[in-house]
Design a protein around this ligand. Structure first.
Ligand code: ARG
Length: 567
């Protein structure tokens, strides 16, 4: 039973007779940030109209009817009823529950084992993985963990960008200026250079674009040379992406890129034709969505017969629904693609697929670099490997300074360095744009991943040291009247709600922010109270430390971040 339930139950009982309307107490009840306003606060303003009384009068009348023995204290301030709850019993119950369920605490079964697909990461071959793709990767991975905690069966899909007219340009560029040896040595860097040069020269020489289109046509028609070069570009690109996925310890259930859908688009086009949705416009085939408020029609087949990104996404959506029968299909893709996903949904809807409404587009904000947008086409990229590598080195340096005798220093440095990068990405609301500054990302103090990791390592170290002590009393004592201890209890009590909110809003930052709060709260307690003292309350204090550690570990793991035991 959670802490607020005593309050909601009693309020419901009283309000049933006081206001005969059904009152959704749990929706109105607040948790004041400042604990001098109690643990829970109930505003009475919404009843003023019905009762024709001032909020304070109403509050007084309600409090009259409340069974005071259920609470530690009740006060009325400016129309709010402030409740301080009895601490001992619920705190003990909560600690027993957390320490029994361990990392499964706050699991729920909303999903009932049903499938959810998550389209995530999806970088484009022959280009470095961008910061935007990193965002998609880590947000998608966190969402997958959160969905799983809520009882769903997540299926992570990497929709590799391995098809499209840009590969015609790349093939043309390679044929003109490419150097096999160079590409073999450092594939992505050199393929990118070719692509950038092509786009630059094409600005002055329109013929180049025709050449690019011709090469893409060859590729679509299965030309041997075009195909084997493309396969080579694809292979070396995937090798590089996998290094990053390995570093981040992220894997995929399905690795079907856009090209996988080449032979599945025909059926989509047939259906579109059958339903009379395809129209010819300037030689191209389009779907008209003007009745749904879209300004321009959606291009399905270009006038030269080439397919488009949307065409492949349509085929992929239909294929996935058939294969996985998922109840939700999540797409973690930057906010600049909003229109694409609106169109995708509308076309599927027009085709008569009921499940189009189950498509959940999860956008995220833009990362700028020194105030500028990154653009692979212009060669302005931040190399992810460099970022991860630098973060690792900085964290190794810190460990060398602070804890030179630490076991497995190198592993821990990876976990902390990558943890810093991932946490930095997840700690703000995903729609927030941010300017990328490497030095900021690898900060280890303040609201950072390493701070949470460090707090967990501190709790682990306390638990290790406690093994040398004599724990004479092995049942709970009431340590919870001390406010820093009870502040922790209140946060632990909220964790199940936090998990649900993160799932409902597809917002990993809710977990990240919570973990910072819990870590701060624990560090207050740590400063305030001597934990490792052989007295009657030692057992209870250790139960509290243990519960904090489980929840910190679990929240880090939901974010896809490791929790080293020592650092
Ligand atoms: N490869 C695309 C890009 O980098 C992202 C693909 C997102 N997923 C999708 N199903 N459209 O912009």
């Amino acid at each position: 039973m959670s802490l607020d339930s005593v309050v909601t139950k009693e309020l419901k009982r009283v309000l049933d007779s006081y206001i005969s309307d059904d009152v959704e107490v749990d929706k109105i009840l607040e948790r004041p940030r400042n604990s001098s306003f109690g643990d829970f606060s109930f505003p009475t303003f919404s009843f003023a109209k019905i009762k024709r009384k001032s909020p304070n009068e109403i509050a007084n009348e309600i409090v009259e009817l409340i069974d005071k023995s259920l609470f530690k204290e009740i006060s009325i301030v400016n129309g709010y009823i402030n409740f301080s709850v009895l601490r001992e019993k619920p705190s003990q119950d909560l600690l027993s529950l957390v320490n029994k369920e361990k990392l499964n605490f706050a699991n729920n079964d909303f999903g009932k084992g049903r499938n959810v697909t998550i389209d995530m990461s999806s970088p484009n071959i022959a280009k470095p993985m961008s910061m935007g793709h990193l965002r998609s990767t880590v947000i998608g991975n966190a969402l997958s963990n959160i969905e799983k905690k809520c009882g769903y069966n997540p299926i992570k899909i990497n929709f590799l960008g391995d098809w499209g007219t840009q590969f015609g340009k790349l093939l043309a560029a390679y044929k003109m200026w490419g150097d096999k040896e160079k590409v073999e040595q450092d594939p992505i860097e050199n393929l990118l250079k070719l692509y950038v040069r092509f786009n630059k020269e094409a600005k002055e020489n329109e013929n180049l674009n025709d050449l690019g289109r011709a090469w893409f046509k060859k590729l679509e028609d299965g030309d041997e040379e075009a195909k084997s070069l493309w396969e080579w570009f694809r292979k070396v690109s995937i090798q590089r992406f996998e290094e990053i996925y390995k570093d981040l310890d992220i894997d995929f259930d399905l690795y079907d890129g856009e090209a996988f859908y080449n032979d599945k688009m025909g059926a989509v086009i047939d259906t579109l034709k059958e339903k009379k949705l395809l129209k010819v416009s300037q030689g191209a085939q389009v779907v008209d969505l003007s009745d749904e408020g879209f300004e321009n029609p959606v291009l399905i087949i270009r006038s030269d017969g080439a397919s488009l990104y949307t065409t492949r996404d349509l085929a992929a959506a239909i294929y996935r629904k058939k294969k996985f029968n998922s109840v939700k299909s999540i797409y973690v893709v930057g906010s600049e693609q909003k229109q694409h996903f609106d169109e995708l949904k509308s076309v599927l809807n027009k085709m008569g697929y009921e499940w189009a409404k189950e498509i959940v587009y999860v956008p995220f904000g833009l990362i700028t670099f020194n105030g500028k947008k990154l653009s692979t086409r212009e060669g302005r990229v931040v190399l992810l490997n460099d970022v991860l590598d630098k973060a690792y080195k900085l964290s190794l340096k810190q460990i060398e300074e602070k804890n030179p005798t630490l076991d497995k220093k190198d592993d821990v440095a990876h976990q902390v360095g990558y943890g810093a990068v991932v946490f930095h990405d997840l700690k703000n609301d995903r729609m927030e744009n941010f300017d990328f500054k490497l030095d900021e990302v690898v900060q280890f103090e303040g609201d950072t991943g390493p701070y949470v990791q460090y707090t967990n390592a501190r709790s682990q170290s306390i638990l290790r040291k406690s093994q040398e002590l004599n724990i004479s009393v092995k049942d709970y004592k009431n340590i919870f009247e001390e406010d820093t201890a009870f502040a922790i209890i209140k946060l632990l009590d909220q964790y199940p709600t936090i998990v649900k909110q993160a799932e409902k809003n597809y917002e990993p930052s809710i977990i990240a922010k919570y973990s910072i709060q819990l870590a701060k709260s624990f560090n207050h307690y740590y400063k305030n109270v001597r934990i490792l003292v052989e007295d009657d309350e030692l057992y209870t204090r250790l139960q509290l430390v243990k519960a904090v550690s489980y929840v910190l570990q679990d929240s880090l793991s939901l974010l896809g971040i490791k929790a080293p035991e020592q650092m």
